[in-house]
Design a protein around this ligand. Structure first.
Ligand code: FES
Length: 410
């Protein structure tokens, strides 16, 4: 999955209404983990070059939470106010207890969303999900060509994905597609949108790659040019304006090509809580890259304490932690300084302004990355695909020539 796979949701509506109702700084707001993302397994049959999962995920594949532990986690999070459940991975369908988790989620009153590559979705399973009360399925697609689909995922899944898309539609689910955009498919924007229409998509998220995890390792290979991003956005806007289609298009502008950072996760410890395959509880997908942080685990910490009182969830809440230039910035409430993980990965300082911001003294790092993406020598380096073997290699210290400029990979 991607970091952008949040879509229009009950959570967003709740966040908007909170902002309207409260109108106060995040630090003064009573926060609530409206969105629970269950990264239920790191195992995955796909090997996507842009996967945001940690490059050292192989450490966490042997100690996955049991079904009972997940069900208890769902109950605990619901008591804290969680209303939307994302079931993600890796590929969640590699576990055979998703049906039980879906049934429990329904009983508890969650709006549940399965975020899947489609591999492992059978008629029998989708029927069980429907009966169990799963609300929503989000399917990842990669390109209109078999060649690029298979290359970027390092699998042969092109035909299967189309079949799964039809199955989702046939079972009366809204058709929600997520396409991660990178240099290999950005030239196919028009055709990708036509494919989505042909599949009957109700919603498509065109998620430009953001650079964390495996996509950061492969940044020079994946990053398109600014001109390509602008053209892709123009095509998406034109499609939106010129067709009678009801398909909703969400074009996620890549951080690197923006002038201000995003308000990552809508603020640290504000509305998102992620429980990883082994039970670690994180405020964001990449938090384990940050130094000197200890994240509680559902196996030995109360979830209420984790959310409200743990040092990790309070570390970057609000704005008291900020340094200059963020501290005195008139725009700080808009983005809360951007993404802590991106700041640390690129500058070595988790409290620095996100270097995406043009007011950051580190913006040159982003400009350099954009330049590097045009360098044929760097582009020609082989992609490091997300797989167990490469994860083990990264843990053992290989690929250092690719990683030294980043501060916390793995
Ligand atoms: Fe943005 Fe961690 S991914 S704060």
């Amino acid at each position: 999955m991607t970091q952008n796979s949040l879509g229009e949701s009950a959570v967003q509506k709740a966040v908007q209404s909170q902002q309207v109702n409260n109108g106060v700084l995040a630090s003064a707001t009573q926060t609530q983990p409206l969105w629970l993302l269950a990264e239920i397994t790191y195992r995955c049959p796909l090997h996507c070059a842009f996967c945001y999962n940690p490059t050292d995920y192989d450490k966490h594949t042997q100690n996955e939470l049991s079904t009972e532990q997940w069900i208890q986690t769902l109950r605990d999070a619901r008591r804290l106010g969680a209303i939307q459940l994302g079931i993600s991975g890796g590929e969640p369908l590699l576990r055979d207890d998703i049906e039980d988790i879906v049934i429990e989620a329904k009983k508890l009153g969650y709006y549940s969303n399965l975020i899947t590559s489609g591999v492992g979705l059978t008629e029998k399973r989708i029927q069980a999900f429907k009966e169990g009360g799963l609300d929503h399925i989000q399917l990842s697609m990669h390109d209109i060509t078999e060649e690029i689909n298979n290359f970027i995922t390092n699998t042969k899944t092109f035909e299967l994905k189309k079949k799964v898309a039809a199955m989702i539609k046939n079972h009366g689910y809204p058709m929600v597609l997520n396409v991660v955009i990178h240099r290999y498919n950005i030239g196919h924007m028009k055709e990708i949108l036509e494919m989505a229409e042909a599949l009957g998509a109700d919603y498509i998220e065109l998620a430009n790659t953001q650079y964390y995890g495996w996509s950061l390792v492969n940044r020079s290979q994946l990053m398109p040019t600014k001109e390509q991003v602008e053209e892709a956005e123009r095509i998406a806007n034109a499609h939106r304006a010129n067709t009678n289609s009801k398909m909703k298009i969400f074009f996620v502008v890549p951080d690197y090509f923006a002038e201000r950072p995003k308000k990552c996760m809508n603020g640290w410890g504000e509305v998102f809580m992620i429980v990883t395959a082994n039970g670690d509880v994180l405020p964001c997908h990449s938090a384990r890259v940050l130094p000197n942080m200890k994240f509680p685990n559902v196996k030995d910490s109360d979830l209420g304490w984790t959310w409200k009182d743990s040092p990790a969830f309070n570390q970057y809440r609000g704005d008291a932690w900020m340094k200059e230039p963020c501290r005195s910035c008139s725009e700080k409430a808009n983005d809360l300084g951007g993404c802590r993980c991106q700041s640390f990965l690129l500058t070595g300082d988790a409290e620095a302004a996100d270097p995406v911001c043009t007011k950051s003294p580190h913006r040159h790092l982003i400009d350099q990355a954009i330049e590097d993406a045009k360098n044929p020598q760097l582009q020609a380096q082989p992609i490091v695909f997300r797989n167990d073997k490469n994860s083990k290699k990264i843990i053992e210290g290989e690929f250092q020539e690719r990683l030294t400029e980043f501060h916390a990979l793995p």
